[in-house]
Design a protein around this ligand. Structure first.
Ligand code: G3I
Length: 320
């Protein structure tokens, strides 16, 4: 973990395991997740999202998020909190009402205030706004953007800053791992917020990569430096590297290289503070449900043995 503040893995509540039909594996999973020393940080994969925390207007429920947050506290893992404003896993009542500028602004305020207050003091960082950008760097249409325009981003960060002055406030998105229109737009968000006097502390590179076609070490280093130049810290927040199945030895080698490049780039650039795998155990990955025919994206196989990628990560942590 040289140079990094933390190396961790996201996890979900036992609900996800039950659905995966893997009851017998709980003990071994828990041992590696919490006790093995492999990870010093975690993020709840789902439980802190709007759908869970405010399923009905002004009805708050922190049960799902607390499962992981309380475990992190008990086991002394740093906690990243995910997320406050996102167009996905959003409670249906937010999507289906016809809002105007004033009342949607209040909805955001009245969501973030109790939510971030509940976990105040426990979150190393909050992903305040998640996935606001299209691939070409324009803003993604969503209930928030369609009604409020880009100002919803500044508003969300202002409210989060007022509630939790100690948590690092992040903009988090995917496909920010090499330079391009989207990474430039993320830098644009940082510069705009700062120009308006709004606090933003970090850019989260989700880092959902594919083994067969992944960026080079130099591309990763260049993009992380571009975020550092904008004055923020950087983290790999949801790292995984999916493979078009079957996971042959050749593809696992490509996957190893992808992990090694990205973790290595994070180690090399001081502004990059930490790495979070998006779970660590293949059967609990989101990938096969969303990309049929793809999978095996994490460093641990179903039988808990290591992918070659595990060694790639270890090498990167040692040598950059
Ligand atoms: O809770 C229900 C359960 O009751 C039901 O039986 C089951 C049937 O499919 O669905 C369960 O909900 C699922 C939920 O995960 C909890 O497991 C949803 O269908 C499923 O869509 C949801 O997927 C999550 C996804 O975000 C939603 O977009 C993944 O677990 C989660 O890993 C993924 O995480 C996102 C990050 O938050 C943001 N970046 C991308 C990343 C990957 O998509």
């Amino acid at each position: 973990q040289a140079g990094l503040k933390y190396f961790g893995a996201a996890t979900d509540s036992p609900g996800q395991r039950e659905r995966a039909g893997l009851e017998a594996s709980y003990a071994q999973y828990d041992e590696t997740m919490w006790k093995s020393g492999e990870f010093g940080q975690t993020t709840p994969t789902n439980g802190m999202k709007w759908l869970f925390t405010e399923p009905e207007q002004n009805v708050f429920n922190f049960t799902e998020g607390e499962i992981v947050a309380n475990k992190a506290k008990k086991e002394n893992h740093l906690l990243r909190c995910h997320n406050l404003v996102w167009h996905t896993q959003l409670a249906p009542w937010v999507k289906t009402t016809n809002w105007n500028n004033a009342n949607l602004t209040d909805i955001i305020t009245d969501h973030i205030n109790p939510d971030a207050s509940h976990w105040k003091g426990h979150c190393y960082a909050w992903d305040v706004v998640n996935e606001a950008l299209n691939e070409d760097g324009t803003y993604r249409p969503s209930v928030f953007y369609n009604v409020l325009g880009e100002d919803y981003i500044a508003h969300a960060f202002r409210v989060a800053a007022s509630v939790d002055p100690r948590a690092k406030l992040y903009y988090n998105d995917y496909n920010l791992e090499s330079p391009g229109n989207k990474s430039e737009a993320a830098v644009g968000i940082v510069r705009k917020l700062r120009a308006e006097g709004v606090r933003i502390d970090g850019i989260g590179m989700q880092a959902h990569l594919t083994a067969e076609s992944h960026p080079t070490l130099d591309q990763h280093v260049a993009v992380i430096k571009s975020y550092a130049d904008a004055g923020v810290e950087v983290a790999l927040t949801e790292l995984d590297v999916r493979i078009t199945l079957p996971a042959t030895a050749e593809k696992l080698e490509l996957q190893k290289q992808a992990y090694k490049n990205l973790v290595g780039a994070c180690v090399q650039v001081k502004a990059c503070v930490g790495v979070t795998l998006w779970d660590w155990y293949d059967p609990f990955s989101w990938v096969p449900a969303v990309f049929p025919g793809q999978g095996a994206p994490l460093p641990w196989f179903d039988n808990f043995t290591h992918h070659p990628a595990y060694d790639g990560i270890v090498e990167a942590l040692k040598n950059g």
